[in-house]
Ligand binder design. Structure first.
Ligand code: S3P
Length: 427
């Protein structure tokens, strides 16, 4: 990894808000633990607020999100049937992880979500949970919210997941922890591994070998913990992209530098940028550190299935960066993008064309052609936060005029995004 020391301008320091995946998990694990857990730096965004509210409806007393908060809980025994719907809003992580807990704890709940989440596939968690013995009913179309889980008793499972999905893997692990049964999950390639790292750090009998995770039966009760949520590398990615487009070097505050999360930065390096990852230890098993970026993207890149899980949420942004990278960038093996907050293959390609760039849709990815022409037009986000932010960064480039239809949708993961982008632009 190239060193940035002593080369040119001092990098701009940017603090990155708490990691979304880790924030969901910190709240969920604090709710499953016995005692008072201390959480610092929890992301206060719409998705995490959805998880907090669902946990309240399951009987856990979760205070309002604040920079330093504590959650006092009674372990699995503190969970109750949800009398009110669990409204997961836009958040797939809330719906899928909590479905594992509700099924595992042997309680009942009805899961609902917004229009986008109500189109996203839930059978990927319902199928294995049903195989474990869960009673799950979809009220409308099979596999789509609203989804009702009724009290029942689960047995162990060995599950081979057709997709690399941390949400599926986590749902099953959490079902295993709450029902105290053994779980084996095999994935085609390893998805983000926060749940297994945190559970192992809390003493759960977890074993990881390649893309196979095993939880032994009779997981002991989880005890209270303290956790500082590191910044979100997926949020940092937008500013790294801005650093490359603007030529102004940047260094982040503490973020997760988990290898299953930072594929985006490896691709930047491959495409010619200078990137350095500076490790600073671990929090509850999660590797943390700072990331510094400078330079330009000099050559188009290709990426395929093996790498996709490590940068799945950054693909819209990589597509926007590819517009300013000489040559033809090709992404394949990313059909999962169609099951995100929007169909991110169609959304990215249509919006790139709409602002005057050349892009082609593939069944499992896209091709983007680099150009230096000014980009003008309007972007339809379909309420998808990552589409808004990816095109927002491109729109900040001098000479471009890009209108984003729903800028407020960034609230899902990064409420202060536009203010921070403006601050960087003015720096
Ligand atoms: C997440 C897992 C990923 C990711 C999402 C957050 C998580 O989804 O896209 O933003 O916190 O587990 P999948 O597990 O569906 O790939």
């Amino acid at each position: 990894v190239a060193s940035l020391n002593g080369r040119g301008a001092r990098p701009l320091a940017v603090e990155i808000p708490g990691d979304k995946s880790l924030s969901h998990r910190a709240l969920i694990l604090a709710a499953l633990a016995t005692g008072t857990s201390q959480i610092r730096g929890l992301l206060d965004s719409a998705d995490v607020r959805a998880t907090a509210e669902c946990l309240r409806r399951l009987g856990v007393s979760v205070p309002p999100i604040s920079p330093e908060m504590s959650v006092t809980a009674d372990g699995v025994g503190g969970f109750r049937d949800a009398k009110m719907d669990l409204d997961c809003a836009n958040s797939g992580t809330s719906a899928r992880l909590l479905s594992g807990i509700v099924a595992g704890a042997g309680i009942s709940a009805r899961f609902v979500g917004d229009a986008s989440l109500s189109k996203r596939p839930m059978r990927r968690v319902a199928d294995p949970l049903r195989q474990m013995g869960a009673d799950i009913r979809f009220e409308g179309a099979e596999g789509l919210l609203p989804m009702c889980i009724s009290a029942g008793k689960l047995g162990p499972i060995e599950w081979t997941s057709p997709t690399a999905s941390a949400q599926v893997k986590s749902a099953l692990l959490l079902a295993g922890v709450t029902a105290r049964v053994a779980i084996v999950v095999r994935e085609p390639s390893r998805s983000r591994d926060h749940t297994e790292r945190m559970l192992a750090a809390l003493g759960a009998p977890i074993n990881v070998s390649g893309a196979v995770v095993r939880l032994a039966a009779d997981c002991p009760p989880l005890e209270q913990f303290a956790f500082d949520v590191p910044g979100d590398p997926s949020s940092a990615a937008f500013f790294a992209a801005w650093a490359l487009l603007s030529g102004a070097p940047l260094r982040t505050g503490i973020v997760s530098v988990n290898p299953t999360r930072i594929g985006f930065f490896r691709v930047l390096q491959r495409a010619g940028a200078e990137v350095s990852v500076e490790p600073e230890g671990f929090h509850l098993g999660e590797p943390i550190g700072r990331i510094a970026v400078r330079g330009r993207l000099g050559q188009a890149f290709t990426l395929g299935e093996a790498e996709v899980p490590t940068l799945i949420d950054e693909l819209p942004l990589l597509a926007c960066l590819a517009v300013r990278t000489p040559g033809e960038t090709r992404v394949t093996g990313a059909a999962e993008l169609r099951a995100k907050e929007s169909d991110r293959i169609a959304t990215v390609v249509n919006n790139l064309r709409g602002i005057g760039a050349q892009a082609d849709e593939l069944p499992d990815g896209f091709v983007v052609h680099g150009t230096t022409a000014p980009l003008r037009g309007s972007v339809t986000t379909h309420g998808d936060h990552r589409i808004a932010m990816a095109f927002g960064v491109l729109g900040a480039e001098p000479g471009n005029q890009i209108a984003v239809d729903d800028p407020a949708c960034v609230d899902v993961s990064f409420p202060r995004f536009w203010l921070e982008l403006e601050r960087l632009r003015a720096a």
